[in-house]
Design a protein around this ligand. Structure first.
Ligand SMILES: [Zn+2]
Length: 369
């Protein structure tokens, strides 16, 4: 909070930009301090709201235009050095790749100003570099705005959203493609690093695009199963509301969530964006379905009860489907479940333990899978 306050003071919360309308109607892009000095004294206007702008050409920030007296609704965020630098980075990178690049393209029909547009062969791709906070709902609304014009948009997370292990805060940037599966983009202009993080079940695979030679690094999820089992006990001790409500459900079946089957912790899909932790969903699934044969309709309804509003760029149900597929794969490959025409039936039941200690002792013994 304190950092955010300082930043606000430093950059003043006015909308600034790199492209402006000159008095004769031409669009002018500010490219350098020298050019900014040469243009000093001329009148410029915002291409979106037509409000008056002035040139800011101090030693600290990249040369830019700033609204004189008010905020402008067309942009997704107030300007900062990082955002200005990121737009230039994406513009230059797009040009190097052979795209026709436009900075700050304004679309009057939807009253949105795109940070950067890459165009090739009539196909336009909007890049939004997001440095300040944006809610999943706002991100979705702006995405739908571009989609209503037939434009693809790629949101690129700014430094405040970077994380080695993407979680709920990063889920708003989560997208899916045939080629890369679940992934997200991030950019750090200060280090000239544009990266795509692919979220596979086993690892975060980062491809860093720096010049012509992408560097691929793979970070596997290495958290021991024992740590995950102990975390369940911790959540019970800390009286986490969702955990306690599931513990009550388990108690009605004579079971203790602290001794939830090991399968609940194994081979997690590790995707952020659902409103409930993956192990909790799996535990609830067991409590609902372990009593007998599993019918397709009831099983499908189970997954619809989990929300993915934190991941607004994914198709409805897509996140749930991926987490579900991983879980059913584990149960069938592990010899617990077998498919039937109506759904599934149990071959053997995953074992619950009376306590977390009993569960930890069983680790390493035969039959644990
Ligand atoms: Zn404006």
């Amino acid at each position: 909070m304190e950092m955010a306050g300082k930043r606000r003071n430093l950059f003043q919360e006015v909308m600034t930009m790199l492209v402006a309308l000159a008095a004769d109607g031409r669009l002018v892009t500010l490219r350098s301090h020298e050019q900014a000095r040469a243009l000093a004294g001329q009148a410029f206007y915002c291409p979106a709201c037509r409000g008056p702008l002035r040139i800011k050409n101090g030693p600290q920030l990249i040369a830019h235009f700033a609204h004189l007296d008010h905020a402008c609704a067309a942009s997704s965020e107030p300007e900062s050095e990082t955002h200005l630098a990121g737009k230039w980075y994406l513009a230059h990178y797009g040009e190097a790749l052979g795209f026709t690049v436009t900075l700050e393209q304004y679309y009057p029909a939807i009253q949105q100003r795109a940070d950067v547009v890459w165009e090739e062969g009539g196909r336009s791709r909007v890049l939004e570099f997001q440095c300040s906070g944006i809610s999943p709902a706002r991100l979705l609304a702006r995405t739908q705005g571009y989609q209503s014009l037939g434009l693809e948009v790629i949101w690129i997370a700014g430094p405040q959203y970077h994380a080695s292990w993407p979680g709920g805060k990063q889920a708003r940037f989560l997208r899916w493609s045939e080629a890369a599966g679940f992934h997200l983009w991030q950019l750090d202009p200060a280090r000239s690093q544009l990266a795509r993080l692919e979220l596979t079940a086993a690892a975060v695979v980062a491809t860093v695009y720096q010049g012509r030679q992408p560097q691929v690094t793979r970070r596997a999820y290495a958290e021991p199963l024992t740590t995950r089992a102990k975390a369940v006990q911790q959540a019970l001790v800390h009286r986490d509301a969702k955990v306690l409500s599931l513990q009550a459900l388990a108690g009605r079946q004579g079971l203790n969530l602290g001794g939830v089957p090991w399968a609940v912790h194994q081979q997690l899909r590790h995707l952020p964006g659902l409103d409930t932790a993956e192990w909790l969903i799996r535990s609830a699934w067991l409590l609902q379905f372990q009593g007998g044969p599993i019918e397709k309709a009831a099983e499908a309804a189970f997954w619809r009860s989990y929300s993915s509003v934190k991941a607004p760029q994914l198709a409805p149900g897509q996140l749930q489907a991926a987490v579900r597929q991983q879980w059913l794969q584990l149960l069938t490959a592990g010899g617990y479940l077998a498919p039937t025409p109506q759904g599934w039936h149990w071959l053997r039941q995953p074992r619950w333990y009376r306590t977390v200690d009993e569960k930890l002792q069983a680790l390493g013994q035969a039959g644990l899978r």
